[in-house]
Design a protein around this ligand. Structure first.
Ligand SMILES: [Zn+2]
Length: 282
């Protein structure tokens, strides 16, 4: 791009700045172009070429993304799944502990009740009368009832614990599998990142330089389209067709695109349209 184009870009973007003092040294160039329809054609031409350049950079960045494939997403996914398993494991381990504590307490209670029953059984024969004997028997029965109740609960707890232990083992196994998978994917991604690091940084830097030269409207427009069509924000109009979606471009629009009088988007795919002649001159 030569000096004259630079000024014409500014003129085309902000016509009011045409007479700006800053452009005074090149004023004669404006005068020359102001009487010429070529003026606007050249102005958007430079913007379009910059957008074309950006697209090529983003295409390379998209290729690098492709090389990495779904690894970054997979890694995030694995981390989330591990977190869920970890939470379940923590919950179940806590439950198991509660059951174990209850089990211990019940066993302790039964042991002391057993001892008591033995003692009462012995004292039963030392009873002074029937009333005392009946009283002791009643107490033994009550204790035996508690022991039975505790035994039933202990049986229930045992079943719960067995299930929990089984579940914890299964979860631990799947946690370890996820961990191994994560390690493998992370190692793979790290090596790819390292491999592409320099290339990527260089592209990002080149991208930054071009973006700084664009005005905000063009920058926003480009980034918006590039957001959904990474590396494909611009399309070439070739033989009346959009290279992005292969739909035909109306003849009148094709002429306007060739004139580069404005930034035109493909009516079918929304890409920024660039006439092939503009690129050929590169
Ligand atoms: Zn299209």
């Amino acid at each position: 791009m030569d000096e004259s184009n630079e000024n014409i870009v500014n003129e085309g973007d902000t016509p009011e700045s045409a007479g700006n003092e800053e452009h005074q040294p090149d004023a004669k160039i404006f005068e020359y172009f102001e009487e010429d329809t070529i003026q606007q054609k050249v102005s958007y031409g430079k913007v379009l070429l910059m957008l074309h350049e950006l697209t090529k950079i983003d295409e390379e960045l998209a290729e690098i993304d492709d090389e990495k494939g779904d690894l970054p997403v997979r890694i995030e996914n694995l981390k989330e799944r591990m977190l869920v398993v970890e939470q379940h494991l923590t919950e179940d381990k806590a439950k198991l502990k509660t059951f174990e504590t209850e089990e211990k307490a019940l066993n302790k209670e039964n042991k002391s009740l057993d001892d008591k029953v033995t003692k009462y059984d012995e004292s039963k024969y030392k009873a002074k009368n029937n009333k005392e004997y009946d009283e002791i028997t009643k107490q033994i029965d009550a204790m035996m009832e508690t022991i039975d109740k505790n035994d039933a609960r202990l049986k229930e707890l045992k079943a719960y614990q067995e299930n929990l232990v089984k579940g914890i083992l299964e979860m631990s196994k799947s946690y370890d599998e996820l961990k191994a998978e994560l390690k493998e994917d992370t190692t793979h991604l790290n090596s790819l990142n390292k491999q592409f690091e320099d290339e990527e940084n260089e592209l990002i830097e080149k991208r930054k330089v071009i973006l700084e030269k664009l005005d905000n409207n063009h920058k926003t427009l480009y980034e918006r389209i590039n957001g959904s069509l990474k590396g494909e924000a611009t399309a070439i109009v070739r033989k009346g067709n959009c290279s992005g979606c292969y739909n035909s471009v109306p003849p009148q629009r094709e002429i306007e695109i060739r004139m580069a009088e404005d930034i035109f988007l493909c009516q079918s795919c929304g890409r920024i349209m660039i006439d092939e002649k503009l690129i050929e001159n590169l």
